[in-house]
Design a binder for this molecule. Structure first.
Ligand code: AMP
Ligand code: GLY
Length: 428
């Protein structure tokens, strides 16, 4: 049976999802809301806010969607999966209560404590004075996190206790992250390389994806401010197989079981962010969706039919589906508008896409067609160039070779994406 699919979101992750879905012989038609210039080339975009549940439900009914796939966390936090399920539409993505594993850091910490999942010690505070009194009892500078969703910006990794107190004031008094800062977590600071674990799950069966790593800071050498992600590679050659299996069993599978036991069965992609510390792997955070840009490096390695996997997850039948991955390495380099993640200008023509090698994917994010039909910049992260090869070093060389053919005014990219993909942890 062929399916009408509605995909929610508008980033590079959604272009990658659309690109993979479009390879399915079972796809009848792909709708994206709101989508971007990349998804527009693979189906039809509908301009609506993915958090507007009435609009999403109306569109799903209008296009007779057989399956809705949710890319970002915001619509999940707003309850889009609950709403669509209530209307009898199959959804790939967890309910609002289950999505709390990302949307409430306090809920995630409590779940991890209950399930025996290793993570940084943390305490939650609703009162800034109490938080600051606690900070003054600490031996080492902590990490201060806004409890709610803050688009990746609510975390301050502090160098001193003074900085931690200032971070509490910024989140709780100045409300720099809005309502997300009504409660803060004061968390033990960990150290070690980070990796992203991803798995498809229907709440019972768990199908682990390969590991991947993003680069969050804006500038080479992990300098500059945090961003949505400047580049990605998969797999991390530095990640020990035994540690990888430990993460799968002791983090992802435990979390899925604990959520199901708590009456919050998971349907979608569960993505724990992991720090590999000297004491072993520890959870930094859980996400209730694909990472962006991780999806751009993972989906090109997927050999199985994404549509069939998502459909099986949505119907609780994942055990009946094979999920196979290629052994190649992928590297994705993000090109951004100048100034991102701060102020940046958009509307500049994007040139050179015609010169990109076949087999190299350019996933568009902040890009749109202007009135003349030209592709122009329309956001901070503009696109991600993804190359595959037998090794990370070759994939990296190929990605950068193609990045250099693409140009737009003010374009910025890091030059050290995946440079240490295969470097042993002991040398980092
Ligand atoms: P999050 O938004 O929770 O992913 O945090 C953003 C980044 O902050 C992470 O990718 C880490 O690099 C860093 N971070 C978060 N929590 C900790 C922690 N407890 N110790 C050290 N670094 C952290
Ligand atoms: N790559 C980080 C995230 O998607 O949250």
């Amino acid at each position: 049976m062929s399916l009408n699919v509605l995909l929610l979101g508008s980033g590079g992750r959604e272009h990658a999802l659309a690109w993979k879905l479009a390879q399915s012989p079972r796809l009848a038609k792909l709708w994206s809301a709101p989508g971007n210039a990349g998804t527009a080339a693979l189906g039809e975009n509908v301009d609506l806010r993915a958090t507007d549940l009435d609009a999403v439900a109306a569109l799903a009914a209008q296009v007779r969607a057989d399956l809705v796939i949710v890319g970002p966390e915001d619509p999940l936090a707003a309850g889009v999966a609950d709403r669509l399920a209530a209307e009898g539409v199959a959804v790939f993505g967890p309910t609002r209560a289950t999505a709390e594993i990302e949307c409430s850091k306090a809920f995630a910490k409590a779940l991890m404590a209950e399930a025996g999942i290793a993570t940084a010690a943390a305490r939650a505070f609703d009162d800034p004075e109490a938080a600051k009194r606690y900070i003054r009892t600490l031996d080492a500078a902590p990490v201060v996190k806004a409890d709610g969703l803050a688009a990746g910006k609510g975390v301050t990794v502090c160098a001193s206790l003074d900085e931690a107190e200032a971070a509490v004031d910024r989140a709780m008094r100045e409300r720099a992250f809005g309502a997300a800062g009504a409660r803060v977590l004061i968390e033990e600071r960990m150290s070690g390389p980070e990796t992203s674990a991803h798995a498809f799950t229907d709440g019972v069966t768990v199908q682990h994806m390969p590991f991947s790593c993003d680069h969050k800071r804006a500038l080479d050498g992990d300098a500059g401010p945090n961003t949505g992600g400047m580049g990605v590679y998969s797999p991390p050659g530095w990640l020990d197989d035994a540690v990888a299996r430990q993460i799968e069993r002791e983090v992802t599978e435990r979390a899925v079981r604990a959520l199901t036991a708590a009456g919050r069965p998971y349907r979608g992609v569960l993505y724990p962010g992991i720090m590999v510390t000297e004491q072993g792997p520890r959870v930094v955070e859980f996400n209730c969706r694909f990472g962006d840009p991780e999806a751009q490096a993972l989906l090109p390695r997927l050999r199985s039919d994404l549509l069939t996997i998502c459909e099986a997850v949505a119907h609780g039948r994942l055990s009946a589906v094979d999920v196979e991955w290629g052994v190649e390495a992928t590297v994705g380099v993000v090109m951004t508008s100048g100034g991102y993640p701060g102020e940046h200008r958009t509307g500049f023509p994007i040139n050179g896409l015609k010169d990109v090698d076949t087999g190299v994917q350019v996933f568009l994010a902040g890009a749109r067609r202007d009135a003349l039909g030209r592709l122009v910049t329309a956001g901070g992260r503009v696109l991600c160039v993804v190359a595959s090869a037998a090794t990370a070093a070759e994939a990296r060389a190929r990605a950068y070779d193609n990045v250099r053919r693409i140009a737009f005014e003010g374009a910025h990219y890091r030059t050290d994406i995946a440079a240490r993909a295969d470097q042993p942890v002991s040398a980092r």
